[in-house]
Design a binder for this molecule. Structure first.
Ligand SMILES: C[S@@+](CC[C@H](N)C(=O)[O-])C[C@H]1O[C@@H](n2cnc3c(N)ncnc32)[C@H](O)[C@@H]1O
Length: 307
């Protein structure tokens, strides 16, 4: 089992964003290796609680082995099941904060067996939850050229998506693509190597997002938030690319907009329908964190509060 370390991004800012109450109930929807969970546990008192979720069984096993704390429990699940999980605990509408630190953890990236990294050769898997779904290799062999191109374009914003998809399909006429190195080589030959980033960065990101249905997961989970949070409850959400951040931004904007009033009609203050959410802020990593932790470079933290 690979229990390598994960250095949490924007740790202080995201924990402060939760505005922690000592007896509060908090959800860490992306446990990883528990960096943020530990921060919350250190900030709450003896009657506070942390409910953690991760769809990766290795993260859950890590938690069970390393976090011995009566205030903590963890569930092996995708976070879009958050309502069911909290319902079973009778915590709907009682949650004081939800933290989400999206994307993959360092142990997932560092373990070549997981197939997330173009830098480490391994089976082309990319599933965060290996107990279900299809691997990237299986998907690439069954998807059409047009489907592959669309995924790489939509989720990776890769301009050469059509050429990459064509190269993948041409390669598959001779042999399957089974490893990360095979895929990275095919992509690199098309994209070329004149940029700061590895030429396969955008395509790998896109395939990973698709295989794990990351954007659907995020959208569906955000829509459940208003129902789960107590009044004054916060969401503290770290995203790592513009497509994800756009979803978070639009969700906060949509629910923090005051409904427009009928023109010219007097409305009593008590009758005003208030927006259910208020945006607290948008934050980036500090200079010193940017120097220390490469993953923080693309991180955007957004915090919002339920009114
Ligand atoms: C960036 S890491 C979180 C690291 C964590 N904050 C820490 O300090 O160790 C993201 C974690 O969230 C999990 N994850 C991502 N998407 C998920 C989803 N839709 N449902 C549940 N877990 C998810 C991944 O398996 C991974 O372990």
């Amino acid at each position: 089992m690979n229990y390598s370390h994960h250095n949490p991004v924007m740790f202080n800012e995201s924990i402060e964003g939760l505005n922690i109450k000592t007896d509060g109930i908090y959800v860490d929807a992306t446990f990883g290796r528990g960096g943020h969970t530990s921060g919350i546990l250190n900030s709450i008192g003896i009657s506070g609680r942390v409910i953690a979720i991760d769809r990766d069984i290795e993260a859950v096993e890590y938690a069970k082995k390393h976090i011995k704390d009566d205030r903590f429990e963890i569930f092996h699940s995708a976070f879009d099941n958050i309502t069911d999980i909290l319902d079973k605990l009778s915590l709907i509408g009682k949650v004081d904060g939800v933290l989400m630190d999206l994307g993959v953890s360092s142990p997932q990236l560092d373990n070549s067996d997981r197939g997330f990294s173009f830098n480490k050769d391994g089976p082309l898997d990319m599933r965060m939850d290996r107990t279900r779904g299809v691997s990237a290799a299986e998907w690439l062999s069954s998807a059409s050229e047009a489907e592959i191109a669309d995924v790489i374009y939509m989720f990776g914003e890769e301009k050469k998506s059509r050429k990459i998809a064509n190269a993948i399909k041409r390669h598959q006429k001779d042999s399957d693509i089974k490893t990360t190195a095979q895929l990275a080589n095919i992509i690199s030959r098309i994209v070329g190597g004149h940029q700061k980033k590895h030429p396969a960065t955008r395509s790998f990101q896109a395939i990973r997002i698709f295989i794990n249905q990351e954007l659907t997961q995020l959208t569906d989970t955000l829509e459940q938030m208003l129902n789960l949070l107590a009044q004054g409850g916060r969401i503290s959400l770290i995203s790592f690319h513009s497509i994800e951040d756009r979803i978070v931004k639009r969700f906060i904007q949509k629910h923090s907009k005051q409904k427009s009033l009928p023109k010219g009609l007097p409305v009593m203050d008590s009758k005003l329908e208030r927006a259910p959410l208020i945006s607290i802020g948008k934050y980036f990593a500090t200079k010193s964190e940017l120097d220390d932790n490469v993953r923080s470079r693309s991180a955007i933290l957004r915090v919002a509060e339920k009114c």
